[in-house]
Design a protein around this ligand. Structure first.
Ligand SMILES: Cc1ncc(COP(=O)(O)O)c(C=O)c1O
Length: 402
């Protein structure tokens, strides 16, 4: 069937974080929310139908994934990436972020470091710090409009830190964002291989957040980190979920793939008791999405590609002082607003109070995000166009005032 992504669905009064908290977050009901990563599109018809059917059963006790749910994950990995995984490798959690917290608790000691690549999805920071660990930043470099990895710096980040007394703190793990939010890179197999070799040679663990893995723009290909080699597999925790791809974030079901039994045991121990079981509707939706969601997904990706091209053109022609970093994946665009010459809090005020758009402030993603904003393009084109018009006017007003 043909889906209509241009259709505007009213999401107010639906308990939506994005549309229900506008006044509280941005100081006015007329602000267009373009920040959080959820889409203003209804889900694929087979998902809605599966949920309706499950709802009609009318018993909603604790969930436990049937083998058919696990098979749906296994089949997806095989079909999308040629990656053969075993049923016992899959651990279900009510989200990727809770899984990251559990992974840090499981694989690092308080005082250790966990390596991330800033600017990066900001919930990574509390996942590390709330477990008594420190963030080590392998800063991404913006080179000719594209973010690149500094591999020498990454190697250095694994060196033990000199401490007054033992034990010396060290980086025991890396949390990779792959594809990367907010800079939109889809890491190549070669880049992932180089990262993996560094991680392995330092006897560390890779926690790879691959939640955006199926949101790819033309020409991009995702490689699950662990699929590269058996050695990588044994040192990996791969965080997957249909929640971004199929717009199911509120249903809380993710699959965390941990091939090593030893790592899996430690992960399960760290999460048990503090993490609720996965959501029963989430499991229904996950299975339906993975098995029957592709017709919708193909049309969605086509629509997002159109939105991206529209946005890139708009900034180039009408707001040249803001440079949009063209993403290879995700539906988030990282906007370099540094030429506007505004301090971070003034940039925030300009977007919220003048443009009346609710974006994510770049500084949330680490200090290298100062002067940047992140915008979601997962909305009908008419809403995106309205947001861009508002940003254009606010940016032009700055020029007039100067
Ligand atoms: C990179 C990344 N990881 C995780 C999440 C959220 O994961 P969850 O809702 O499953 O906790 C997001 C949401 O935007 C994200 O961008």
């Amino acid at each position: 069937m043909k889906y209509d992504f241009d259709h505007v669905t009213d999401r107010r009064n639906t308990d939506s974080l994005k549309w229900g908290k506008i006044e509280y977050m941005f100081g006015g009901e007329d602000v267009l929310p373009m920040w959080v990563a959820d889409m203003d599109f209804p889900v694929a018809r087979p998902i809605a139908e599966a949920l309706r059917k499950r709802m009609e059963h009318e018993i909603y006790g604790y969930a436990f994934p049937d083998s058919s749910v696990i098979e749906a994950v296994i089949d997806r990995m095989q079909r999308e990436y040629g990656w053969k995984i075993e049923p016992e490798w899959v651990v279900f959690t009510p989200g990727v972020i809770p899984a990251l917290h559990a992974a840090v608790k499981a694989f690092a000691y308080p005082g250790d470091e966990a390596i991330v690549q800033e600017p990066v999805y900001y919930p990574f920071f509390p996942a590390i710090r709330n477990n008594g660990c420190h963030v080590a930043n392998n800063q991404l470099k913006l080179i000719n409009g594209r973010y690149e990895i500094d591999f020498d710096d990454l190697k250095g980040k694994f060196n033990p830190k000199v401490a007054m007394r033992p034990p010396r703190s060290r980086a025991r793990m890396m949390i990779l964002c792959s594809p990367h939010n907010p800079v939109g890179r889809v890491w190549t197999r070669e880049e992932l291989t180089r990262i993996g070799e560094i991680v392995l040679s330092n006897d560390a663990i890779m926690v790879s957040d691959e939640i955006h893995c199926e949101l790819l723009f033309k020409g991009s290909k995702h490689t699950p980190f662990a699929s590269i080699s058996k050695e990588f597999e044994q040192r990996s925790v791969i965080c997957m979920a249909p929640s971004k791809t199929f717009n199911l974030a509120g249903l809380h079901a993710s699959s965390i793939i941990i091939p090593s039994a030893r790592l899996r045991d430690r992960f399960n121990e760290a999460k048990d008791g503090i993490m609720p079981s996965v959501n029963i509707f989430g499991l229904t939706a996950l299975e339906a999405a993975y098995r029957y969601g592709d017709e919708w997904l193909t049309q969605l990706l086509n629509y997002l590609q159109g939105n991206l091209e529209f946005l890139m053109q708009y900034f180039k022609e009408r707001i040249p002082k803001i440079k949009a970093v063209s993403p290879e994946g995700t539906y988030l665009v990282w906007l370099d607003c540094r030429e506007l010459g505004l301090a971070p809090m003034n940039l925030r005020a300009t977007m919220r109070e003048k443009a009346r758009v609710g974006l994510d402030d770049g500084f949330l993603f680490g200090s290298s995000g100062d002067g940047f904003q992140r915008i979601s393009i997962a909305c009908p084109r008419s809403i995106l166009e309205e947001a861009l018009k508002r940003i254009e006017k606010a940016a032009n007003d700055i020029e007039v005032r100067k």
